[in-house]
Design a protein around this ligand. Structure first.
Ligand code: ZN
Ligand code: ZN
Length: 338
């Protein structure tokens, strides 16, 4: 005799038994749904990397200034703050106050011009803002001078809003953390950030790249650099290597010899191929596209850049674009945008 029948006899009503069975089925479905929706251990331990801007100083409509978001656990770490970074964060539905910390690679303006915007509108009352603490920022020596300059440049705006909108003055500040040499510069709730010096050219110092480690996953961001062994060392066996690239059409050097200097500050596709083939990341992604052109000389396409890279590297690599997101977990895959 089944439980159903016992229940049926006890209550003398078929409906009650049916109800109880439906309840059981619903409960089972609920458990199944929870199991499907709950993050698995591997998802919980994954990082998500979003390329907020893959551009350069060039005011390109599709490629905003350099900025890469790394989400690890509850933390949102922003690497560089180029043009349009606030627009990209807003497109992801991330309020500026939820940026846990900012890390600057070097002081070329294309990596910094979005910082004042992030800092100041992050303090405003709309939902995209409402930061009530100073903006925490890490970077090489010299960063404090830049943020102090910004505090001075916007002192009038800050004074007006403190009086007019009763915004807290204490939050209209930077919490600056400068470092001299590379090494572990940030450790918080299982997230570790290590900076390493890179070679962006003899006169462009300081210049650093970053590595983020969290729950056994790792991401390396090259920063702006020419071919550099330091990137290879930092990225050996890393899950994701985000690397800059320069591709200047051969014909352009003849009409504009200064382009040789530009190329010498960055990493050519073939050199990125060498970096990746020596570091063997689980996935490589290209960003910070220095793609130049001249009269009658079109810039190289991303496909051409990838083809050049692949002459030296046959592993997994993708051409990044603004808002491309990569899930770094059990597998390292290009994810659906939010
Ligand atoms: Zn740059
Ligand atoms: Zn640079």
């Amino acid at each position: 005799m089944t439980e159903y029948r016992q229940d049926d006899e006890r209550h003398g009503r078929g409906m009650a038994a049916k109800h109880s069975r439906i309840t059981q089925i619903l409960a089972l479905l609920g458990v199944l749904a929870m199991a499907l929706l709950a993050p698995t251990a591997s998802q919980a331990e994954s990082m998500r990397v979003t390329l907020l801007g893959t551009g350069t100083p060039n005011p390109h409509p599709d490629r905003f200034g350099p900025a890469t978001l790394v989400e690890a656990g509850e933390q949102r770490l922003l690497f560089d703050a180029g043009r349009g970074v606030t627009i990209r964060l807003n497109q992801l539905g991330i309020p500026m106050r939820e940026v846990t910390a900012v890390f600057i690679t070097h002081f070329h303006s294309d990596h910094l011009v979005g910082l004042a915007d992030l800092w100041l509108i992050g303090w405003l009352p709309p939902n995209y803002g409402r930061r009530r603490v100073p903006l925490r920022i890490w970077g090489p020596e010299g960063l404090g001078k830049i943020t102090a300059g910004m505090e001075q440049a916007y002192a009038t705006d800050i004074a007006i809003r403190v009086k007019d909108e009763a915004l807290p003055r204490s939050a209209a500040k930077f919490d600056v953390n400068e470092y001299g040499e590379g090494g572990v510069i940030y450790e918080h709730e299982g997230v570790k950030v290590t900076s390493f010096e890179v070679n962006h050219g003899d006169l462009i110092k300081p210049a650093f790249g970053y590595r983020v480690d969290y729950a056994g996953r790792s991401v390396v961001i090259s920063g702006d650099t020419r071919f550099d062994q330091n990137v290879i060392e930092a990225a050996k066996g890393v899950d994701l290597l985000v690397h800059e690239v320069v591709a200047i059409p051969e014909a352009l050097f003849a009409v504009n010899p200064a382009m040789k200097r530009v190329e010498a500050h960055h990493t050519t596709p073939e050199e990125v191929g060498t970096v990746m083939s020596e570091a063997q990341p689980r996935l490589g992604v290209l960003t910070h596209y220095v793609l130049t052109s001249g009269p009658g000389i079109p810039p190289e396409t991303k496909d051409e850049v990838l083809a050049r890279l692949k002459t030296r590297y046959s592993g997994p690599v993708v051409a990044g674009h603004d808002l491309m997101a990569i899930e770094v977990g059990e597998t390292v895959t290009v994810a659906h945008p939010r």
